[in-house]
Design a protein around this ligand. Structure first.
Ligand code: ZN
Ligand code: ZN
Length: 906
C-alpha cells in the first residue's frame, strides 16, 4: 500500500469517512449485551441496533457508524478452535460498520464502500472481488440491483462481480424477522496464499475455502420480513447493516500476511517474545502459542474492563477459561510466572484511545489477570497429571474419547477448563465428550443451588408474546411503540385492557380464581430492571367490583408488558376500563433501597478506591444487595466507615436531580454506567449533591426526592459473591427501624437478666465471663482430685497376674487430660503392669486409655493392641503406641464385663 497508516488511524479514518457522509458516531456497546438474553456476548455491530431493525425502538438518527467490540467464543459463532491455528481468527475482535435505518440504500452503500477502499485507502482495484445474491432454489428474487450498482463503480472489473446462494449471500437474524440479501467484498491476496494448491479438487476462487481470498466487508440489505419458512414480506422501510473485520482490513492496508503481524497485535507478540527470551526466528517457527497468548490477553483485558471477571459460570467462566488457556500456552514458551499483566499493559497502551474503559480499569485488569494465573498455577500441575493418567487409561483400553463427567471433575477439582482438556487431548489425537461436560456442569450448578443462568425475561414464551404484540399493533389496540410505560408519575392509572392471556393463549375474558395475564394500554407498574424488582398491586374495575391481584410484571417481548396474577373477584374483559394501582407502601420501601444503593456505591468508592465497580444489584422492598469488584474482605473498620458515610449523606438531606441527557454527555461528565445495561441515545441520570455530585449514575429506577426519606441505613452482611467480587446486604427505612428496634429489645432483655443498666452491659458481660472461666477451672481441679481418689482406690484393688499388676478404672465426666495424668502416675507407681482407664462422658460415649510399663512392652505386650481389641468389642475403635494408646466406644455393660474378666484379655 502506498500509505502507511496505523491501526488506530485506520479505525478513525473509517469513522470520519462516514461522519462526513452524515453518519452519527455511536460508541461501541459493551461486550455484555444488555437486554438480549439469548446472547452470551456481543458478536456483531448490529446487536445494539437489533430493536431498531425489529421496529420496536427508534433513534434520533437514521445513519450510524461505529467500531464494535465483539467476542465469538461460545455458542453458534465459536471461533475458539481456529484461534492460534491460523492468522485470521480471534476470540475478541473489532467490527467496523455503517448503518442506514430506512435512509440510504444499495446505491450509496456500495458507492461509499468502493470509494473508501479504492480511493481513500488505495486498495488495488484489480484485486477486489464482490459477490451478490442469487437464490439457488429460485424462490427469492436475485439481487440484480446490487450487481448493477457494482457495475457503476469506477475501475471495477466486471468479471469480478459474482453471484452466490443463500449460505453466503442471504442474511437472516432468526427463523423469522428482518432479513435480506447481502453483498460481500473479497480481497485477492495472491496465488501464493492458496493453501490448497496441492488439492486436485480445489478450484481456487472466492468462497472456495482457501486462504487466498480474504472476506473483508459484508454489506447487508435488509428488505424483507420473514413471517414463515416460505413467506417473505417486503419491509416498508429498508435498512443497511455493514460489517468489516477491522483486523483484516488493517492487515491488507499494512501489507502484512497475518492479522497478528499488524501493529494492533505485533506489540503484544513482541512482548511475549521478550519475556520468553526467544529469537525472532524461533518465534516464527513456533507461532501458535504467540498467537493464542496475544489473542487471549487482549480478549481478557477487554472482558475485565467490561466487568466480566474470572468465575465459574457463563461469561465469567469464559474469562477464566481464556486466561488459563493463555497461561498454559505461555508455559509452552517457558513462561511459568504470571506474565499476562505485562501483555495487558500493551493492550491498554494500544487501545485506550479508542476504548477508554481499558485505562479506567487499568488496575482491575492487571490484578484480575495476575490473581487468576496464580490460582491456576497452584492446581494446573496436579490437574495435568490426572489428565495424563486418564489418557494412559484411555490408551490402554483403546478408547479415543474422554468421559465428559471426568472432564468436568478435572475442572471442578483441578481447575482445568474443558477447552484446555480438549487442547491436551487433541495433541494426542483424542477427543472429549463435550456434551457430557456441559451436562455435568449444569447438574453441578443446579445441585449447588445456583439455578439457571438467565432470569425470567425473554424466556420460552418470548415468541408467543412477540407474535401477540404484532397482532395487537395491527388491530391498533396498541400504539406502534408499545405500551405507554411511566412508573415515575403514574402510581394509579386509568387504563384500558388491550389483551388477556390465559394458559398461554390470547382470550377475551378472564374470571374469578383464574391465574392470568393482563395487558394494559398504559401502566405505572415498574418492570424489573437495573436490579430493582417489579411492582406489585391491584387492578380493579367498576369501583372494586372486579379485582385482580398483580403478582408479577414482565416485559416478555419488546413493547409488551404483562401483569401476571390472579382474579380475586369478578371478571375482566378486553376493552374494559380499569384502575391499576401500585402497592405504594412496598414501592416506597423499594425506592428508599434504590437511592441508598447509589449512596452505598459512592461511599464504597470513597472508602475502598475507584476500582470498585458495581457487579450486580438487587433492590427489593425488604433489603438491598450490592455486588462490587474488590479483591479482599472488608475490615469491620471499613464496613463501619461505609455505613457511617451513607448515614451522613442521608442526614445531609440532598435533593435528587433527575435529568435526561445525551449518553455521550453524561459519560463525559463522569456518570457511572452499568455493565451489561443497554443504553439508548438519551439516558436518564440520577445525581446527588450539588456542584460536583458525589453520586452520579445512569439509572432508570425509582428514587426518593430527598435523601432523608431513606431514614437509616444498616449493613447487615458482607461476604464473598465470587472470585474478586464482594457482596453487601443492607436495610433502610422501615426495615432499618425494625432491625434497630428488635436489637434494642434484645439488649433490654439481657439488661434485665443481668440486672444492670444498658451502659453497664459490656462490663457486666465481661465480669460474668471471667467468673465463669474461674469456676470452670475450679471445677476441673475438683474433678481431677476426685479422679485421683478413685485411682488410689483402684490401685489398692490391683490384680496381680504372674507378677504383673493390672489396674482397671471407670471414671465419669472426667477428661482426657486427667486420664493421661493418671496413666503417668500408674507408670511411676508400678514397675511392671498394665492399666486400662475408661471415662464416661454422657450416655453412650466412653473414652479409653491404656498404658503398659516398659518391661512388659519389651516382652511383647502392647497397649495399642489391647485398646484396639477392647474398643472393637464395645462398638468403637482405637489404637496407638505399645506404651500408651487411646480409644473409645459406646457399650457400657460390655465394658464392665471386660473389666471383670480383664485377665482373659492379656
Ligand atoms: Zn485457493
Ligand atoms: Zn440505580
Amino acid at each position: 500500500m502506498s500509505r502507511s497508516l496505523s491501526g488506530n488511524q485506520i479505525r478513525q479514518e473509517f469513522i470520519d469517512f462516514f461522519k462526513e457522509k452524515g453518519h452519527q458516531f455511536v460508541p461501541s456497546s459493551s461486550l455484555v449485551p444488555g437486554s438480549d438474553q439469548t446472547l452470551l456476548f456481543t458478536n456483531a455491530g448490529m446487536v445494539q441496533f437489533k430493536d431498531v431493525f425489529l421496529g420496536t425502538d427508534k433513534r434520533n438518527y437514521t445513519r450510524a457508524v461505529n467500531s464494535q467490540k465483539c467476542m465469538r467464543v461460545a455458542g453458534k459463532h465459536n471461533d475458539l478452535d481456529d484461534v492460534g491455528r491460523d492468522d485470521l481468527h480471534h476470540t475478541f475482535f473489532e467490527m467496523l460498520g455503517n448503518w442506514s435505518f430506512g435512509d440510504y440504500y444499495k446505491k450509496e452503500a456500495i458507492a461509499w464502500a468502493w470509494e473508501l477502499l479504492t480511493h481513500k485507502w488505495g486498495l488495488d482495484k484489480s484485486r477486489i472481488w464482490v459477490t451478490c445474491f442469487k437464490d439457488e432454489k429460485g424462490q427469492i428474487e436475485a439481487d440484480q440491483e446490487a450487481a448493477d450498482n457494482w457495475q457503476l463503480q469506477p475501475g471495477i472489473n466486471s468479471d469480478h462481480i459474482l453471484f452466490f446462494g443463500r449460505k453466503d449471500n442471504f442474511w437472516e437474524m432468526a427463523d423469522t424477522g428482518p432479513c435480506g440479501p447481502c453483498s460481500e467484498i473479497h480481497f485477492d491476496k495472491g496465488l501464493e496464499y492458496c493453501d490448497k494448491q496441492n488439492d486436485p479438487k480445489h478450484r481456487c476462487g472466492v468462497n472456495s475455502d482457501c486462504h487466498r481470498y480474504l472476506e473483508l466487508w459484508n454489506l447487508v440489505f435488509i428488505q424483507y420480513n420473514r413471517t414463515s419458512p416460505i413467506k417473505l414480506e417486503p419491509l416498508p422501510s429498508k435498512h443497511v447493516d455493514t460489517g468489516m473485520g477491522f483486523e483484516r482490513i488493517v492487515s491488507v492496508i499494512q501489507g502484512v500476511d497475518s492479522n497478528y503481524r499488524t501493529d494492533l497485535l505485533l506489540p503484544l507478540i513482541e512482548m511475549v517474545r521478550q519475556l520468553s527470551g526467544q529469537s525472532e526466528k524461533e518465534r516464527d517457527e513456533n507461532f501458535t502459542p504467540y498467537r493464542v497468548v496475544a489473542d487471549h490477553a487482549r480478549a481478557a483485558s477487554f472482558l475485565i474492563a467490561d466487568g466480566v471477571v474470572p468465575g465459574n459460570v457463563g461469561r465469567n467462566y469464559i474469562c477464566r477459561m481464556i486466561i488459563r488457556r493463555a497461561s498454559r500456552f505461555g508455559s509452552k514458551l517457558g513462561l511459568n510466572e504470571p506474565f499476562l499483566g505485562k501483555i495487558a499493559e500493551k493492550v491498554i497502551e494500544q487501545y485506550s484511545l479508542a476504548y477508554p474503559e481499558l485505562e479506567k480499569n487499568h488496575k482491575t485488569i492487571i490484578d484480575n489477570l495476575t490473581r487468576e494465573e496464580e490460582r491456576f498455577q497452584t492446581t494446573v500441575e496436579s490437574g495435568l497429571a490426572y489428565l495424563e493418567d486418564a489418557i494412559l487409561a484411555l490408551n490402554s483400553k483403546g478408547i479415543t474419547q474422554l468421559n465428559g463427567k471426568l472432564a468436568f471433575d478435572l475442572y471442578a477439582t483441578h481447575g482445568l477448563p474443558l477447552e484446555i482438556t480438549r487442547d491436551v487431548l487433541r495433541e494426542k489425537n483424542l477427543e472429549v465428550d463435550q456434551e457430557g461436560f456441559y451436562n455435568a456442569m449444569e447438574e453441578h450448578r443446579i445441585n449447588s443451588g445456583a439455578g439457571k443462568e438467565f432470569g425470567p425475561q425473554g424466556g420460552e414464551d418470548a415468541e408467543f408474546y412477540s407474535t401477540l404484540g404484532d397482532q395487537l399493533r395491527k388491530t391498533s389496540r396498541l400504539e406502534n411503540k408499545g405500551v405507554q410505560y411511566d412508573p415515575y408519575t403514574l402510581s394509579t392509572t386509568e387504563s384500558e385492557i388491550v389483551g388477556l392471556v390465559f394458559e398461554q393463549e390470547s382470550v377475551k375474558q378472564i374470571s374469578e380464581g383464574q391465574k392470568a395475564g393482563i395487558m394494559l394500554s398504559k401502566t405505572g407498574f415498574y418492570i424489573e430492571s437495573g436490579g430493582q424488582v417489579s411492582d406489585l398491586g391491584l387492578i380493579n374495575s367498576e369501583k372494586g367490583k372486579n379485582v385482580f391481584e398483580v403478582e408479577e410484571v414482565r416485559k416478555p417481548a419488546p413493547g409488551i408488558i404483562v401483569h401476571f396474577g390472579k382474579v380475586r373477584k369478578g371478571k375482566f374483559s378486553v376493552n374494559d376500563m380499569v384502575t391499576a394501582e401500585v402497592d405504594q407502601k412496598r414501592r416506597q420501601d423499594i425506592t428508599r433501597n434504590h437511592t441508598a444503593t447509589h449512596l452505598l456505591h459512592a461511599q464504597l468508592r470513597k472508602v475502598l478506591g475507584e476500582h470498585v465497580r458495581q457487579a450486580g444489584s438487587l433492590v427489593a422492598p425488604d433489603r438491598l444487595r450490592f455486588d462490587f469488584t474488590h479483591p479482599d474482605a472488608l475490615s469491620s473498620e471499613e464496613i463501619h466507615q461505609v455505613e457511617d458515610g451513607v448515614n451522613q449523606e442521608v442526614l445531609n438531606n440532598y435533593t435528587l436531580t433527575i435529568a435526561q441527557k445525551k449518553l455521550s454527555q453524561a459519560l463525559d461528565e463522569g456518570a457511572m454506567a452499568l455493565f451489561g445495561e443497554k443504553y439508548g441515545e438519551e439516558v436518564r441520570t440520577i445525581s446527588l449533591g450539588g456542584g460536583k455530585p458525589f453520586s452520579y449514575e445512569l439509572c432508570s429506577g425509582t428514587h426518593v426526592n430527598e435523601t432523608s426519606e431513606i431514614g437509616s441505613f444498616f449493613i447487615t452482611s458482607e461476604a464473598s459473591a465470587a472470585a474478586g467480587i464482594r457482596r453487601i446486604e443492607a436495610v433502610t427505612g422501615r426495615k432499618a427501624y425494625g432491625l434497630m428496634s428488635m436489637r434494642l429489645q434484645q439488649l433490654s432483655a439481657i439488661k434485665n437478666l443481668f440486672k444492670c443498666s444498658l451502659d453497664e452491659i459490656v462490663s457486666t458481660s465481661e465480669k460474668i465471663l471471667a467468673e465463669k472461666g474461674h469456676l470452670l477451672k475450679e471445677l476441673a481441679k475438683f474433678g481431677s482430685i476426685a479422679a485421683k481418689n478413685e485411682y488410689q482406690a483402684a490401685k489398692s484393688r490391683a490384680l496381680i497376674l504372674d507378677g504383673k499388676s493390672v489396674v482397671t478404672l471407670l471414671l465419669k465426666d472426667s477428661s482426657i487430660d486427667t486420664m493421661r495424668e493418671l496413666a503417668d502416675s500408674f507408670r511411676q507407681d508400678f514397675s511392671s503392669g498394665i492399666a486400662v482407664i475408661a471415662n464416661m462422658v454422657g450416655p453412650g460415649n466412653i473414652q479409653l486409655i491404656s498404658t503398659v510399663t516398659d518391661d512388659l512392652v519389651k516382652k511383647g505386650i502392647s497397649a495399642g493392641i489391647l485398646i484396639k481389641k477392647i474398643s472393637g468389642e464395645i462398638g468403637g475403635s482405637g489404637g496407638g503406641r505399645p506404651q500408651l494408646a487411646q480409644g473409645g466406644g459406646t457399650n457400657l455393660p460390655k465394658l464392665k464385663e471386660i473389666f471383670e474378666n480383664i485377665h482373659k484379655y492379656l
